[in-house]
Design a binder for this molecule. Structure first.
Ligand code: IFM
Length: 468
């Protein structure tokens, strides 16, 4: 079966993971963390060079075309575009860089999908105000977003406010993998609210200044469907709360303009509910997204926690659920993530049935593998059949969901060219295109040829796909 006509075949990346830290007016929290604690990063490789997209984007776009990539999701760095965070004045050099980049993408025939925030809080705003803990920072984000819409509104048809807000909570405020590595459940709750508010404020700014009739705005959520370990009511209850916390806390405000009432009741009961005014709730209620980007990598299997949530303990969301590892699961061992393509079908059906069949697309899906040199042939090409199989199996489930009526219009793999991955740096490679990080030589992997055929024919290549 072919995919629907006009289905978009793309790839996703982000500014901090690909551009390199060239000519930036400000530093973000990862630039700062690397400068002050390089040992926190795999092999002490930081975000200075990444995949050199800042200097090499013309060549990169040519390679992407060869891989059949017709659209690229990327992000503007707040710390590059804005000169003065308080006034929203732009940095000219940063503004010109993005303007030239978007023009080059149009010329190359690679459609830009532009996101405004990909984990890269400017470090001054983190230090001075506490980043997303501060409503003032929410207002500064709105200013920055508005400037971006004004500058590039004529060039961009697809805008997004955030990438994976849940990971910001997890990394910065719960499980210590993003600077400043705080462990504080109630603060994470406030940050969840503030990010939802910031997204709604950016959408309001977009509705105010946008003059491009083709432009839409969305957000990008990493969905991890929660599956209970068993039929035991305690496990079922754990899955219900995990779903509310991990997915619905962002899905419902973005699509329906309100927070899940069961979650609000739970947080209120635990005395950790966010601080929100009537005006802020009204703003969220009246600024919904046009389309949703879904990043999907793995499911979230849970069981009941070992001790009752009523026990005396610091409040954390996972007093209500405990991660459960399915015995015999297929796993991407390098990353430690279960591979479960069927969840993509479940997401498609949930979009159809629970979220008004909103237009959506897969904004990230892919496989990070370490030591890909293992799979190099004599000509220097990586034979990444595992990645082809991964994408194939997920796309087959997605197609079933589309056939069942789900309104999905694209698939973006993570990623086009091997890029830098936060604390893991270049340990796991995700690209259709290999990057020799010491020479910055970039070469197509076998999966790039597979993706090219997929994108050309708009249907899954046969499972015995081989290079000619
Ligand atoms: O590298 C990340 C990206 O920044 C967000 N989604 C998951 C990717 C792979 O881990």
């Amino acid at each position: 079966m072919p995919f629907p006509e006009g289905f978009v075949w793309g790839a996703a990346s982000s500014g901090p993971q690909s551009e390199g830290n060239f000519h930036k007016r400000h530093q973000n929290i990862f630039d700062y963390w690397y400068a002050t604690e390089p040992t926190a990063f795999y092999q002490e490789v930081g975000p200075d060079l990444t995949s050199n997209f800042y200097n090499d984007y013309t060549n990169d776009l040519k390679l992407m075309k060869k891989a059949g990539i017709k659209a690229l999701r990327l992000s503007i760095q707040w710390s590059r575009l804005i000169e003065n965070f308080e006034t929203g004045d732009v940095n000219q050099e940063g503004a010109v860089f993005y303007q030239k980049l978007f023009t080059a993408m149009k010329v190359a025939g690679v459609e830009p999908y532009v996101n405004l925030f990909h984990f890269d809080m400017p470090f001054e705003l983190q230090h001075q105000y506490g980043g997303w803990q501060s409503k003032h920072v929410v207002d500064l984000f709105e200013k920055y977003a508005q400037r971006a819409f004004e500058l590039y509104g004529g060039q961009i048809d697809h805008w997004f406010t955030f990438n994976e807000p849940k990971v910001i909570l997890d990394g910065q405020y719960l499980y210590q993998f993003h600077y400043p590595n705080i462990v504080d459940g109630p603060t994470a709750v406030q940050v969840a609210f503030d990010i939802n508010l910031a997204s709604a404020k950016a959408i309001a700014a977009f509705r105010k200044v946008n003059t491009n009739p083709n432009a839409t705005i969305g957000t990008i959520l990493n969905l991890t469907p929660a599956y209970a370990a068993s039929d035991d009511p305690r496990d079922q209850e754990a899955a219900r709360i995990a779903e509310l916390w991990s997915n619905d806390m962002f899905l419902q405000p973005a699509i329906q303009g309100k927070f899940p009432s069961a979650l609000v009741d739970l947080l209120k009961n635990d005395h950790v509910l966010w601080d929100a005014t009537e005006n802020e709730l009204a703003l969220i209620a009246s600024n919904q997204i046009d389309e949703l980007g879904v990043n999907y990598y793995h499911p979230f299997r849970v069981e009941a926690p070992d001790v009752s949530p009523k026990s005396l303990q610091d409040w954390m969301p996972d007093i209500y659920f405990k991660e459960y590892q399915l015995p015999g699961r297929i796993e991407n061992v390098d990353k430690g993530w279960e591979i479960y393509p069927k969840a993509l079908y479940d997401i498609a059906i949930s979009m159809r049935d629970r979220f008004g069949n909103i237009p959506w697309f897969v904004s990230e899906n892919g496989m990070g593998v370490s030591n890909e040199e293992r799979f190099l042939d004599d000509q220097g090409m990586v034979h990444d059949d595992y990645r082809i199989n991964f994408m194939h199996d997920h796309l087959a489930e997605l197609l079933k969901g589309i056939e069942a009526g789900s309104n999905c219009h694209g698939y973006f793999t993570w990623t086009a060219i091997d890029n830098w991955s936060w604390k893991n740096a270049y340990r796991n490679r995700y690209g259709l295109i290999r990057n020799e990080i010491h020479t910055q030589e970039k070469t197509l992997k076998k999966s790039a040829y597979w993706f090219n055929q997929l994108s050309r024919e708009n249907q899954l290549p046969p499972s015995n796909f081989e290079l000619n």
